[in-house]
Write a protein that binds this ligand. Sequence first.
Ligand SMILES: CC(C)(COP(=O)(O)OP(=O)(O)OC[C@H]1O[C@@H](n2cnc3c(N)ncnc32)[C@H](O)[C@@H]1OP(=O)(O)O)[C@@H](O)C(=O)NCCC(=O)NCCS
Length: 199
Amino acid sequence: MAQLRRVADEDRPALYEICLRTGNVGGDARRLYRHPDLLGHIYVGAYVELAPKCCLVVEDEGGVGGYVVGVCDTRAFEEACASSWWPPLQRRYPLSLATASPAERARLRQLHAPQLTPAALSGSYPAHLHINLLPRLQRQGWGRRLIDRFRDLAAEQGAKALHLIVADENTRACAFYRRYGFRELGRQQGAVAFGITTA
Ligand SMILES: CC(C)(COP(=O)(O)OP(=O)(O)OC[C@H]1O[C@@H](n2cnc3c(N)ncnc32)[C@H](O)[C@@H]1OP(=O)(O)O)[C@@H](O)C(=O)NCCC(=O)NCCS
């Protein structure tokens, strides 16, 4: 029987693996990456390091198979990443690194020039999250439960609303967010922003 719990530091490798296995528009991205931890460094690592109270995992007999990671204050998080998270990674993964695909090259550029969330978005929807489940845990209500719990945590920490950004070609995730009750906030360069209140 699967269970939901707070993240622990030892979960990090499992979360990186899930991130990679769901990192190609919701599907497996392993063949696209020569550096298998690159996606995890961008979408998981800093959250577990800087905001573990907002990170939850789903674990079953097969191990940790899903997560939500996020923060309650996107601006403060981006400032903390700029000072302590990105610089060592930029030294470890120089832009000259050989990559396996255009997708991996784009992530490398992102690591060297992280895009800041527009002030209008982080002002009105200060929390944000990333959610991923391995196929064996999908479509059983875990996505809904993870977001329910994340919203409670964000509300407890004073965030009134949260946003997330998803590739518009990830139509299954977009359908899930709409079904859950997220409102579409805007579209830009192949990405959709969704928002919802926490209470
Ligand atoms: C997208 C994802 C988080 C959804 O979580 P999930 O556990 O599969 O979804 P749930 O079972 O909690 O579904 C909740 C509701 O959304 C609906 N839903 C889920 N996926 C859907 C889909 N592809 N199309 C339409 N509705 C969908 C469910 O029917 C359910 O509705 P109900 O509660 O009214 O019955 C999960 O499938 C996943 O991790 N996918 C791969 C990685 C990914 O794309 N992550 C998002 C990156 S931004």
